[in-house]
Design a protein around this ligand. Structure first.
Ligand SMILES: [Zn+2]
Length: 438
């Protein structure tokens, strides 16, 4: 069992392209672990308590819940289109306010938090290795902090666990006082509540490493919990220079980016870069990914067409094995080297296509079954009904086979032409006939 906690969205607007990258990176990791036989427990939260939500609700003159419900619905629709598996648990901040308040009270009791006029703050000096995820010492973090942010805090790096808003209708009444919880407290309380004191992987975008994850970790460590064993952060999105960002036009939100074409293109683009590297998302890079996806789909159709017409050759790709799959596992085990995986996938496709072209179906299908298994593990697979040849076309194909067997070549040729007019090519090689889309 592998336990994962990945910080989810604050639901006050459309998901952006950066959201798309992090959900895909962690979906790829989760699916890979599952493909290798692990059970994965995947938790990702929804932040539905936040000042940005309240500002939007005020601007529109609606209740905050109307904003969060609307954008959470858009979030899940977008995730489904991207084929991102739904989390096993999706805790909402609004359901955890009481637990957060209890946790903050405990931190005060443990003398690692203190109260000021506007809220309750965490004392970062109580955590000896604070700055671990920022890769900076507390001294350099202190020196870099803005003085005007200091509201009488013991250290400029101290952060709010709870903020007092005694006169707001959007406040929660708790033993701590009337107010709202801080974001950093949300994730640490939810992760420990659902996954326990120690879990395997905590993930999120690089922008969350500091201060969000640093501060989550600080609270857990101060409270005596080991917390996450591994921290994984994916790199930023680059949208090109200013000219390029203008030409991106409607590529501002994630639904617009993937609404334009096949949502798998963005998944493929994400796979083509290493998860820790910056990723350039432009019309050009998305266009290249769409062409590459076309090559994958063409191969998938060719493979499924071949095993539909020569079932005696069909290999069970679920149990297939071989050098291509071994290379896939080796690359993924090496810190998720997905660019290497994509390179080996396309070179394997070139080799298997060579087999099909030569009429060497046995080797083409042996390679193809491994290729299809990798494509499925990466969730880049073509829809099943799109991959399958329609039954009426298969009927004509079988009529042609019968005509050919009885040496009725006139009928055989006529049926072949009919298939061609419907967009299918029939090939006869080494006594075996196959059909595929032209
Ligand atoms: Zn978080």
């Amino acid at each position: 069992m592998v336990s994962m906690y990945v910080c989810g969205p604050t639901v006050y607007d459309y998901p952006h392209i950066g959201h798309g990258r992090f959900v895909l990176v962690f979906d790829i990791l989760r699916r890979y672990l599952i493909s290798q036989g692990y059970q994965v427990r995947y938790v990702s939260n929804i932040t539905d308590v936040d000042d940005k939500i309240l500002a939007k609700a005020d601007a529109e003159g609606v209740a905050p819940a109307e904003i969060t419900n609307r954008y959470e619905e858009i979030w899940w629709e977008t995730m489904d289109k991207l084929r991102v598996l739904r989390p096993d648990s999706t805790p909402h901040a609004t359901q955890y306010v009481e637990k957060m308040a209890t946790f903050v009270a405990k931190l005060i009791e443990e003398d690692v938090a203190y109260q000021l006029n506007d809220g309750i703050y965490f004392d970062v000096s109580t955590v000896s290795d604070y700055g671990l995820l920022a890769r900076q010492s507390l001294e350099s973090l202190r020196a870099g902090a803005r003085v005007d942010e200091d509201r009488g805090k013991r250290s400029p790096a101290d952060f709010a666990l709870w903020k007092f808003f005694p006169n707001s209708t959007n406040s929660y009444v708790t033993p701590l006082g009337i107010g709202r919880p801080g974001w950093h407290t949300e994730c640490v309380v939810m992760a420990r509540d659902i996954l326990g004191e120690c879990f395997d992987i905590h993930g999120g975008g690089l922008d969350l490493a500091f201060p969000h994850h640093e501060n989550e970790r600080a609270q857990a460590i101060a409270d005596g919990a080991p917390f996450a064993n591994y921290w994984i952060h994916n790199g930023f999105i680059v949208v090109g220079d200013e000219k390029m960002s203008k030409s991106l036009g409607n590529f501002v939100t994630l639904p617009e980016l993937i609404g334009d074409g096949d949502p798998r293109s963005y998944r493929l683009l994400v796979l083509q870069s290493h998860y820790r590297s910056p990723l350039e998302v432009t019309k050009n890079t998305i266009g290249d990914a769409t062409s590459a996806l076309g090559r994958l789909d063409n191969f998938s159709r060719r493979y499924f067409d071949a095993i539909a017409t020569s079932p005696e050759l069909a290999a069970d790709f679920e149990t297939s094995s071989g050098a291509i799959l071994d290379a896939f596992v080796e690359a993924m085990d090496n810190d998720l080297d997905t660019p290497k995986v994509m390179a080996l996938l396309f070179s394997a496709i070139a080799s298997a296509n060579g087999g099909f072209d030569r009429g060497d179906l046995t080797s083409a299908i042996a390679e193809g079954s491994q290729i299809i298994r990798i494509i499925k593990a990466l969730a880049l697979d073509i829809e099943e009904d799109e991959a399958a040849i329609p039954p009426d076309v298969m009927e004509i194909f079988h009529m042609r086979l019968a005509a050919r067997d009885s040496k009725d070549f006139a009928t055989s040729d006529r049926l072949r032409d009919e298939l061609a007019s419907r967009g299918y090519v029939v090939e006869d090689k080494k006594g075996i006939s196959t059909i595929r889309r032209s």
